[in-house]
Design a protein around this ligand. Structure first.
Ligand code: NAP
Length: 255
């Protein structure tokens, strides 16, 4: 088991990629705090996720874009498990609109969750890692759109591009403290965020035709790389982005 006895926080972990990472981390021996945005069916999904983990876990409700929520979530993790070793900034949202129609609310919403959320969660956890000593791991789930523009998704691409630079700065500042900071950039993964495309056979076939590997990725494909980056084996890996995209980025750059 590659994460035996570690304590991990995974944000947005009651569905999709975050849920797969939480489950895989637990299979590797970690205790996992499953963050989720509280309310309605989300609470039930979080409860089911925690119940499905192979180790003792916990639900950790918080809106990642709100510092007070994040601080109280991290305190509750410390109360239960006494420490924290790994954080995965996975919570993310998108708004599809032409650039000229984007409202201030759209912009603040996407940047607030994807970029400010990653900053606030990482900063709160890193302060604890520094108190503990002994290093730790920060992993951001960005996107191929941390690098590749996507018409109709300016706030999303901006947030993920910002995540790339945040990760690179953090990697340099935190290297002397033994804290590894890396991004995972998924391509098109079959999760609820892509439900509209997955439900439309023509759109799905079009998307697949852009992917050299010939299929959508699975959340487990992303989780496998997250386990590596969270493990001791990635001790000398920092400041990098790992693409999990079936070759999508290489295809896009052909044009
Ligand atoms: P998903 O199933 O929609 O997961 C996103 C999660 O983030 C959901 O659980 C969502 O909760 C949660 N979330 C949203 N706002 C939050 C907030 N303020 N505080 C806490 N949690 C919040 O989609 P996914 O595909 O697994 O996405 C996970 C990450 O991968 C995202 O950052 C996304 O940008 C990235 N990604 C996905 C793909 C892909 O093709 N699927 C590709 C590249 C990158 P609710 O749904 O309950 O609001």
């Amino acid at each position: 088991m590659r994460l035996n006895g570690k304590v991990a926080l995974v944000t947005g972990a009651n569905s999709g990629i975050g849920q797969a990472i939480a489950k895989r981390f637990a299979e590797e021996g970690a205790h996992v705090a499953v963050n989720y945005l509280a309310g309605g069916s989300r609470d039930e999904a979080a409860k089911e996720t925690v119940g499905s983990l192979a180790t003792e876990g916990m639900g950790a409700p918080a809106d990642v874009s709100k510092r007070a929520d994040v601080e109280s979530m991290v305190n509750s993790i410390l109360q239960k498990f006494g420490r924290i070793d790994i954080v995965v900034n996975n919570a993310g949202v998108e708004v599809k609109k032409p650039f000229v129609d984007i409202t201030d609310e759209d912009w603040q919403f996407v940047l607030g969750v994807n970029l400010t959320g990653a900053f606030v969660v990482a900063q709160t956890v890193v302060r604890q890692l520094l108190k503990q000593g002994g290093g730790g791991k920060v992993i951001n789930i960005s996107s191929v759109h941390e690098d590749v523009p996507f018409p109709g998704y300016a706030p999303y691409c901006t947030s993920k591009g910002g995540m790339r630079m945040l990760m690179r700065n953090m990697a340099l500042e935190l290297a002397p403290s033994g804290i590894n900071v890396n991004n995972i950039a998924p391509g098109a993964i079959a999760t609820p965020i892509n439900q509209a495309v997955l439900n439309d056979p023509v759109a799905a076939a079009n998307a697949i035709s852009e992917i050299p590997w010939g299929r959508f990725g699975k959340p487990e494909d992303v989780a496998a790389v997250a386990v590596f980056l969270a493990s001791d084996e990635a001790g000398y890996v920092t400041g990098s982005t790992y693409y999990v995209d079936g070759g999508l980025v290489q295809q896009v750059t052909k044009y």
